[in-house]
Design a protein around this ligand. Structure first.
Ligand SMILES: Nc1ncnc2c1ncn2[C@@H]1O[C@H](COP(=O)(O)OP(=O)(O)O)[C@@H](O)[C@H]1O
Ligand SMILES: [Mg+2]
Ligand SMILES: [Zn+2]
Length: 337
């Protein structure tokens, strides 16, 4: 879906302010040039008149060809005089040019077929990044900064593979998912104990997908449930908007789904989120300490939806938060080859 109301509102506000500022800059340039060289003011007035005349001559019946030609010639002469006067003032020829900053949408923000132009979308991307940054450390948690050195290369007997080898697989799958994100992207389920990089990889994905122009919402499951609840009890308009964002954004990342026994309300909310998004083919990343089968706690339907429709990644290894403290920020497993 497109960006939600709040992000779009902020982006449009900046868009209008920028347009206003360009107009003001041009106007103040014009006034200072006119003061220095009053002839340019006359030329501008003439040019406005000739273009109006060209138009009316072109619309007149009979043979307007000659009149149009003459006016065009006059116009070119005036332009040339203006350029040379600007040059005398050591100003570039386009110094007073009144052209839109974006030729694609002529500064309307939308293309002729009704799509948002990239010039406005860019501002939406920036506004969304501000929101995501409130919850995630987007500056540091990127694919480039993800290190495999925090995962042991010793084979884990129960898993039959080393944490490092397996994390490398998860990392590659997440990178691929983020880079190829689009209308047909599926869903991911991250599970495993704390401190293994689930939120880190979620942030890295959010960063890439958001920069590519998709609407992305990241939040903890606890926050989201609270919003659903406050909408139900207070009918708060702001909570309603937030719920729409959660239900319909291009990518939802629902983090830290609790292992505690959920209330009936939480079960319903999670079911509504998972189900609505599956029906609308919108991508979701769920992350939790719960094993996929323990999702039955929420409901058997949710457990079966996730097992059928989500790609499942079980993180294992040692708590990196603890390792960082113990080894003063230096990975204990040496440099990864
Ligand atoms: N691959 C990694 N490279 C560097 N730091 C990491 C990596 N994975 C996790 N961390 C750091 O370890 C801590 C725990 O990671 P986090 O993603 O929050 O774990 P989880 O969400 O699985 O509980 C965070 O401070 C995070 O920045
Ligand atoms: Mg986490
Ligand atoms: Zn544009």
């Amino acid at each position: 879906m497109a960006y939600d109301g709040e992000i779009l509102r902020r982006a449009k506000q900046r868009f209008d302010a920028q347009r206003q500022e360009r107009r003001a800059t041009l106007e103040s340039r014009r006034q200072s040039v006119y003061r220095r060289q009053p002839r340019i003011r006359e030329i501008d007035a003439e040019l406005r008149k000739t273009s109006a005349r060209v138009l009316s001559a072109a619309l007149r019946h009979g043979d307007p060809q000659q009149a149009v030609e003459q006016l065009r010639e006059k116009n070119l002469n005036l332009q040339a005089e203006k350029t040379s006067l600007l040059a005398q003032l050591r100003l570039p020829r386009d110094y007073l040019k009144d052209e839109p900053a974006c030729m694609v949408c002529r500064d309307s923000g939308y293309t002729d077929d009704g799509h948002m132009c990239w010039c406005l979308q860019k501002l939406c991307v920036q506004e969304q990044k501000k929101d995501l940054s409130k919850m995630l450390d987007l500056d540091n948690q990127s694919f480039e900064n993800f290190s495999l050195d925090w995962y042991s290369d010793r084979i884990d007997k129960t898993q039959g593979i080393s944490p490092r080898k397996y994390m490398e697989h998860i990392y590659k799958a997440c990178l691929d998912y983020a880079r190829k994100f689009g209308a047909n992207s599926g869903n991911l389920f991250f599970f495993g104990s704390s401190g293994l990089g689930k939120t880190f990889l979620s942030a890295a994905i959010a960063r890439e997908v958001s920069a590519a122009g998709f609407s992305v919402v990241y939040d903890t499951a606890a926050n989201v449930f609270q919003r659903f609840e406050s909408e139900r009890f207070n009918r708060e308009a702001s909570a309603g908007n937030e719920i729409n964002r959660v239900l319909h954004c291009d990518l939802l990342i629902l983090d830290d789904l609790s292992t505690d026994t959920p209330s009936q309300f939480m079960r319903n909310a999670l079911y509504q989120i998972v189900n609505t998004r599956l029906l609308e083919h919108r991508a979701t990343i769920l992350s939790t300490n719960l094993e996929p089968t323990n999702l039955e706690k929420y409901s058997p339907q949710i457990a079966s939806r996730v097992q059928g429709e989500y790609e499942i990644f079980g993180f294992f290894g040692e708590d990196i938060r603890k390792l960082k403290r113990k080894y003063h920020g230096k990975p204990p497993y040496g440099k990864h080859p």
